[in-house]
Design a protein around this ligand. Structure first.
Ligand SMILES: Cc1cc2nc3c(=O)[nH]c(=O)nc-3n(C[C@H](O)[C@H](O)[C@H](O)COP(=O)(O)OP(=O)(O)OC[C@H]3O[C@@H](n4cnc5c(N)ncnc54)[C@H](O)[C@@H]3O)c2cc1C
Length: 352
């Protein structure tokens, strides 16, 4: 029997698999998605091409009262590496005050001083001592508009912060989780090195449907494999849910752990009353700044230039350079669809 089953080979699942196998345990990772071997995963700026495709769960939020009841598109990756294979690769470990806030709210052990060595281990595993970790590097070739923006910040007297700044209120060029200009995901940094070990089994296209319990003890999982077969997997030690901020609580609810009333209404037998499960999820908001760019330095210009050189060579355009079909386009916010803004903007930033 295996020791641990890890549900989800995303950022957290890949690290856990690596560390547990390293300690001598037998581990099976079940990932609902498939391989991450795609051009759009490797090319740093092509990640939005993965939106709404087979590597994206493609969620929408319920209408948000604080956003004039808009429902937002919410990308979540479904493949090896999870969102680390689809994210924007900005490496910011966060500010001490964020972590200390969690600790003072009751999350013992999550304060900055306790976590700092772990963050440092992520950063220095690959770059430093050759162990496992992420590869962090500066943007190799910042876009001229990025340089212009940062220069403008400097001239306006905004403080310049180092890449590992411990305070907010300034500007800096974002370090990236890339290696030689290509995405470097948690699957690259942690899962693949661990796969050399026979104690690790990674099963893709395996959708976990529920956690199996004996009393209130989790003893395994039930999953549907790539051929549509329902399978059960029992573990000697623990079931680890690392299925992301949306799917982990969903899996708990499907398994009977949550608000008893809500579970009964959905016809799910209650295993454990834990009313907080699936509630109070908060995500950071991001505001895209849209500006007219008079020079042909944007991704839109790059795509157009790629299209014309492909036409000249008589080759077909790579998928990242193809325009999105209107049915697959991310829904825009009202401000972006207003006719005045679309007339003014030659360059758009896709939001998520
Ligand atoms: C578009 C985008 C841009 C982002 N940009 C940045 C950025 O620049 N910098 C940054 O620090 N963060 C960024 N993030 C956030 C960051 O990537 C995530 O917070 C992080 O990857 C989440 O890790 P996780 O392990 O919690 O979940 P995930 O990485 O989402 O992994 C969850 C995995 O579980 C699998 N799974 C889910 N349900 C099941 C099931 N029932 N059975 C089996 N498998 C299942 C999923 O398919 C997925 O692979 C971004 C995220 C997105 C989506």
């Amino acid at each position: 029997m295996i020791d641990y089953v890890i549900v989800g080979a995303g950022s957290a699942g890949c690290v856990l698999a690596n560390r547990l196998v390293d300690k001598g345990y037998r581990v099976t990772v079940l990932e609902a998605g498939g391989s991450d071997a795609r051009t759009e995963v490797r090319i740093p700026a092509a990640f939005t091409k993965l939106f709404h495709g087979e590597c994206d769960w493609g969620y929408r939020t319920v209408p948000q009262p604080s956003l004039f009841h808009r429902a937002l598109y919410w990308p979540r990756a479904r493949m090896l590496g999870g969102c680390s294979s689809m994210n924007a690769q900005m490496w910011y470990p966060g500010f001490p005050a964020d972590y200390d806030g969690w600790a003072s709210a009751g999350a013992t052990g999550w304060d900055w001083n306790t976590l700092k060595p772990y963050l440092s281990r992520i950063e220095h595993g690959r770059n430093g001592d050759g162990g496992t970790g992420l590869h962090i590097e500066p943007v190799r070739d910042p876009n001229p508009s990025t340089r212009a923006f940062l220069n403008a910040c400097e001239r306006s007297g905004v403080p310049r912060l180092g890449a590992s700044a411990t305070r907010t209120g300034g500007y800096s060029l974002t370090p990236t989780t890339q290696r030689l200009g290509r995405r470097f995901s948690a699957a690259d940094g942690y899962l693949r090195p661990a796969q050399k070990n026979t104690r690790l089994d990674v099963i893709t296209n395996a959708l976990v449907r529920r956690v199996l319990f004996e009393g209130t003890r989790a003893v395994g999982v039930e999953y549907r494999d790539g051929d549509g077969q329902l399978r059960k997997l029992r573990v000697a030690r623990e079931v680890i849910l690392s299925s992301g901020a949306v799917n982990s609580p969903q899996l708990l609810l499907l398994s009977g752990v949550g608000d008893p009333e809500a579970l009964r209404r959905s016809g799910i037998d209650v295993v454990l009353s834990l009313p907080g499960v699936g509630k109070n999820l908060q995500d950071h908001l991001m505001t895209a700044v849209i500006a007219e760019c008079p020079k042909p330095v944007t991704l839109v210009a790059a795509r157009a230039s790629c299209a014309s050189s492909c036409r000249r060579r008589g080759t077909s355009r790579p998928t990242w350079a193809r325009p999105r079909s209107s049915s697959a386009r991310a829904p825009s916010s009202p401000s972006r669809t207003s006719s005045s803004s679309s007339r003014r903007c030659r360059s758009r930033i896709t939001a998520w």
